[in-house]
Write a protein that binds this ligand. Sequence first.
Ligand SMILES: Nc1ncnc2c1ncn2[C@@H]1O[C@H](COP(=O)(O)OP(=O)(O)OP(=O)(O)O)[C@@H](O)[C@H]1O
Length: 226
Amino acid sequence: MKPILKVQHVAKSFGKGNKEIQVLQNVNLAINESSLTALKGRSGSGKTTLLNLIGTLDKPSEGKIYFQDNEISQYSEKQSSELRRLNFGIIFQSYGLIPLLTVAENIEFGLRITDVPRKEWKKRIEESIDLVGLTKRVKHRPYELSGGEQQRVAIARAIAPKPSLILADEPTAELDSYMAFRMIQVFQELTQNDKITILMTTHDPGILEMLDDVYALEAGKLADDY
Ligand SMILES: Nc1ncnc2c1ncn2[C@@H]1O[C@H](COP(=O)(O)OP(=O)(O)OP(=O)(O)O)[C@@H](O)[C@H]1O
C-alpha cells in the first residue's frame, strides 16, 4: 500500500538557548492511504505537537513531512492554509465550535471554506450529523450540549467535507466507552467507503485494537516496540 503521508527525521524544539525544550526527536512515520492510525503516548509525550506539524499549523525544527509526495513542511503560510482548506479536516482538543451558531450552522460554516458545491451542503450536513448521532440536536447551540456532544459536533464538522486526511486530537476524550466505540466505527467506515485517511491521538487503550496501525510516542521519540 502507498503511504499518503510521510514524516522523515522530524524534530521539534521550542525556545532558545538554555530555555530550549526538545519535544520531538527523529520521528519517522509512513501512513497508508485509507488507514486509521493512532499515536498513543502519555500526556506531554509530543502527540499534539506532531499532529500540529503534520497539519501545517507549525513547522518542524528538523526533518521533512510529505503529503501525497509534496513536501508540505516547506509550504508558505498561503500554501499551508490552502492545503488545510481543501484536503485536511482537523479536530482540535478544544473543538473550536462557534458559540452563536447551531450544530447545523457550525457544520455549514466548515463546509463554506471548502470546495464542496453549495447544493451539496444540506445533504452533507444531514449525513454527518446522522453519523455522529446528533439528529435531535441540530438546532442546539454548543452551550446547550454536553462536552461529549460538542466533541461529536467537532467530528461531524471535520467529516462533512470528506477531506483526504483527518487529523483528530483525542477525538474520544470526552466520550463514554460506548460512544467512543461508535465514533471509531464511523472512522473505520470513512476509511473503507470514502478512502479517507485518519490519524488520531489517543490515551484510550479500549479502542486500540480497532485501528489499522498504532505508533507510541515516549518523551518525543517513537518507541521501538508498539
Ligand atoms: N508552544 C510551546 N512552547 C513550549 N513548549 C511547548 C509548546 N507546545 C508544547 N510544548 C511542550 O511540549 C511537550 C509536549 O506537548 P504535547 O501537547 O505535544 O503533548 P501531548 O502528548 O499531546 O500531551 P496531552 O496528551 O496532554 O495532550 C510538553 O512538555 C509541552 O509543555
